[in-house]
Design a protein around this ligand. Structure first.
Ligand code: ZN
Length: 204
């Protein structure tokens, strides 16, 4: 897929994931950005930077925007979606914690593998996201378990910044995150819709 103009991400949007990192569920969506330069295609390597001792996978539902959304209602947002993509919000967990701000921990090159666009738009509350490392299942959840639904997230974001065609919204990861190691093969699947599989390597 084409490089998105921006990638808007949502933190702590599944109760069990917030809990596993010792955080409360936010009362409003917690937003951050990933740079478009972090995007890689299926098959490209995730490069673990030397600056980090802990790089985690985060399997997520990525929503690709189809029409310009500005101060849009949840219903308008639901109608303005082009499709969904499997997305891995790769995170340098130690740097995320030590910086406070998340830009560095989330922003390294190769930290945003994105799978192919789904054919059509599935029911937004019934998307199953699964993450596997070396074939072993690590995460499985339904978008029905999100704290803030996809239409509500898009509407909230559209009241802050205009969502433009091709932008991607990463809707948060469920429980089960864990560190990656060089040599791993990690895959995020939106069952029946999109899959992104990437090898992991250490920085040269
Ligand atoms: Zn995430």
């Amino acid at each position: 897929m084409n490089r998105p103009g921006k990638i808007v991400c949502v933190g702590r949007n599944y109760r069990e994931h917030a809990k596993e990192l010792g955080n409360d569920v936010p009362t409003a969506p917690l937003l951050f950005l990933k740079p478009p330069s972090a995007v890689i295609a299926p098959g490209a390597a995730i490069v673990m930077p030397k600056a980090s001792q802990r790089v985690d996978f985060e399997g997520e539902v990525g929503v690709v925007i189809g029409t310009t959304l500005r101060r849009a209602s949840p219903a308008q947002c639901a109608a303005g979606i082009r499709g969904v993509v499997a997305l891995n919000d790769v995170t340098a967990r130690d740097l995320q914690k030590s910086d406070g701000q998340w830009t560095r921990g989330k922003g390294f090159d190769t930290f945003c593998p994105i799978g192919p666009l789904s054919e059509g738009v599935p029911p937004l509350d019934a998307i199953t996201v699964v993450t596997r490392v070396n074939g072993e299942e690590k995460q499985r959840a339904s978008s029905a378990e999100m704290v803030f639904s996809i239409p509500d997230l898009l509407s909230y974001i559209s009241h802050i910044m205009t969502l433009e065609p091709g932008d991607v919204v990463a809707t948060g990861t469920p429980a089960g995150i864990a560190p990656l190691q060089p040599g791993d093969m990690v895959e995020v699947e939106l069952v029946g819709l999109s899959i992104v599989r990437n090898p992991v390597e250490a920085e040269a």
